[in-house]
Design a protein around this ligand. Structure first.
Ligand code: ATP
Length: 241
């Protein structure tokens, strides 16, 4: 088995006086999708932000592709080929879809073949290419946010709760797009609360509680074991949807 793309070893993060991450251990197999699950406030978003040093780890080690990146600054970390889709999507409402995409492209230049591939994943972006992003639906904004993160080839993609607030039909489209993205060998770390979505795309799962990873394993093992689901996640009805 090849070396993992990313490992976190005993990572702690403080935000102001609050001790949020309390020794996170996480291993991300290369080329596969790991879902980070856990109740509200468990520390999922803080984990994502700590990986790219938007929050500085106060203790522990983060290794990406064999390099200790724990104390690197964010721009240097993301230049290693990391795309980040934040929970608030980070798009510019007054700019068009095209302008939003151009800002994310290296030297503001589009690779035509890659752009066509993205239009295949998210046809709505082609349709609304010259529309201000603020006028898109919630699902279309999410697609734009992911498209921005993959406008350049990425070794690693971090996506924070993409299904949040989206209608089931849109979630289905997102599942399809993420499955296609997986074909490109990109390693993906996805935070998700919707277990049916998580189950549809995930190879591996890590469950967080109180600032730690309390379970890590294959998605299929968790999906097959309702007792484990109940114990780990206190799952809501959508687990069985
Ligand atoms: N800027 C901040 N200042 C103080 N506390 C914060 C800050 N950001 C997050 N926290 C706290 O850190 C804890 C973990 O938050 P985090 O956003 O990582 O959780 P989460 O698992 O992503 O939850 P959710 O699913 O609700 O987004 C929470 O108790 C939260 O209140």
């Amino acid at each position: 088995m090849s070396a993992p793309l990313l490992t976190m070893e005993g990572v702690h993060t403080h935000i102001g006086h609050y001790h949020i991450l309390q020794g996170v251990d996480l291993t991300l197999p290369r080329g596969e999708l790991t879902v980070l699950l856990g109740r509200n406030g468990a520390g999922k978003t803080t984990t994502l932000r700590t990986i790219i040093n938007l929050w500085q780890a106060s203790k522990g080690r983060i290794v990406f592709d064999g390099q200790d990146i724990t104390n690197w600054r964010t721009p240097r970390i993301v230049r290693q080929g990391i795309g980040y889709v934040p929970e608030n999507m980070g798009i510019f409402s007054l700019l068009t879809v095209q302008e939003n995409m151009r800002l994310a492209a290296e030297r503001r230049h589009f690779d035509t073949a890659r752009l066509d591939w993205i239009f295949g994943l998210f046809p709505a972006l082609k349709k609304f290419w010259t529309t201000p992003a603020g006028l898109l639906s919630g699902g279309q904004k999410q697609m734009l946010s992911i498209a921005r993160a993959i406008i350049e080839p990425r070794a690693f993609l971090i996506i924070d709760e993409p299904s949040k607030g989206l209608a089931p039909a849109i979630i289905k489209d997102l599942v399809q797009a993420i499955r296609e993205l997986k074909q490109t060998d990109t390693t993906i770390l996805l935070v998700e609360q919707n277990f049916s979505f998580a189950r549809a795309v995930g190879d591996h799962v890590a469950v967080m509680d109180d600032g730690r990873v309390v379970h890590a394993g294959s998605m299929s093992d968790l999906a097959d074991d309702t007792e484990l689901q109940g114990r780990l996640l206190g799952l809501s009805l959508d687990a069985h949807a």
